[in-house]
Design a protein around this ligand. Structure first.
Ligand SMILES: [Mg+2]
Length: 281
């Protein structure tokens, strides 16, 4: 990835004097220190891309909305209204617990099995669920949650169009996800996007999660691809973007809420809507 020093004279920045050289910074986020990736340089960096890898949850498949729906269904089906003040009270407590456990799971500090049990056990326990049925209930909720979640179909705005565009342009498309094996394929099937992917790589398949370099190396090997001609599009700055950059890949950070960019990925391309990917690839 080429980074341009914004304080450099214009001709040096763009490597020529063509007055028609685009001066827009669309698709790229300026950051502290006055450096940012110039639009033309970004295009050049993407010119040799052969493989476009996408993260699934909240990059193309709308995990947040689909999970919100699923938690609502669980609440009413499982009689959880006796333990929480409202369905949103339940959702918010679950999401907070789940988020903190995923932060540990992503870096290999807890197992998948621990996460799947604890994200329900802790929330029910704190809500006063009877101790004699707590473990049994917590164990039953995770498979139920995943089975309902896997039927949901809502995609991120522009995701299908982006995948179709990339396919039509002749790119190979890979999926690289930390999600669980038993549900990720269901999500892709339910939302009718599975056919877009030439290769699917799940952390469950090899036992290491993004941002661990081994999953990126495994993806390249499985696809017969190279790091320098691969780019990832993902919504998680730590697992997707920092992980890919550390493995020598190109990266496009999908940042729909325009969050501040962490220092670790300040040189990544940034898009706030998936339709902007067309400006880069
Ligand atoms: Mg994601």
């Amino acid at each position: 990835m080429v980074v341009v020093d914004w304080k450099m004279p214009y001709k040096q920045r763009v490597g020529g004097s063509n007055p028609s050289t685009p001066t827009t910074t669309k698709g790229c986020l300026p950051h502290e220190g006055g450096r940012f990736l110039f639009f033309r340089e970004m295009i050049n960096a993407m010119a040799d891309i052969e493989w476009v890898w996408v993260d699934l949850d909240d990059t193309v498949w709308n995990f947040s909305a689909n999970s919100w729906d699923t938690l609502g269904e669980l609440y009413y089906r499982e009689g959880l209204d006796a333990y929480f003040t409202s369905v949103d009270d339940w959702r918010e407590k679950y999401l907070e617990c789940n988020h903190s456990l995923w932060s540990l799971y992503n870096v290999g500090k807890i197992t998948k099995e621990y996460l799947q049990l604890e994200r329900f056990r802790r929330v029910l326990d704190e809500a006063g669920y009877p101790q004699n049925h707590l473990l049994e209930k917590a164990r039953s909720l995770d498979p139920l949650y995943l089975s309902i979640l896997g039927t949901k179909t809502l995609l991120i705005d522009g995701a299908r169009e982006m995948l179709q565009y990339l396919k039509d342009k002749g790119y190979k498309i890979g999926m690289i996800s930390n999600g669980f094996y038993e549900v990720q394929h269901c999500k892709m099937r339910s939302s009718d996007i599975e056919h877009f992917f030439d290769v699917v790589v799940l952390s469950d398949d090899i036992g290491v999660n993004k941002p661990d370099r081994r999953i990126f190396d495994h993806a390249l090997k499985k696809a017969g691809a190279k790091a320098e001609t691969s780019v990832i599009i993902g919504d998680n700055p730590d697992t997707d973007i920092a992980g890919a950059i550390a493995a020598g890949w190109n990266a496009i950070y999908f940042n729909p809420e325009n969050k501040d960019l962490p220092d670790t990925i300040k040189d990544a391309c940034v898009v706030s809507h998936l339709k902007e990917v067309r400006d880069l690839l």
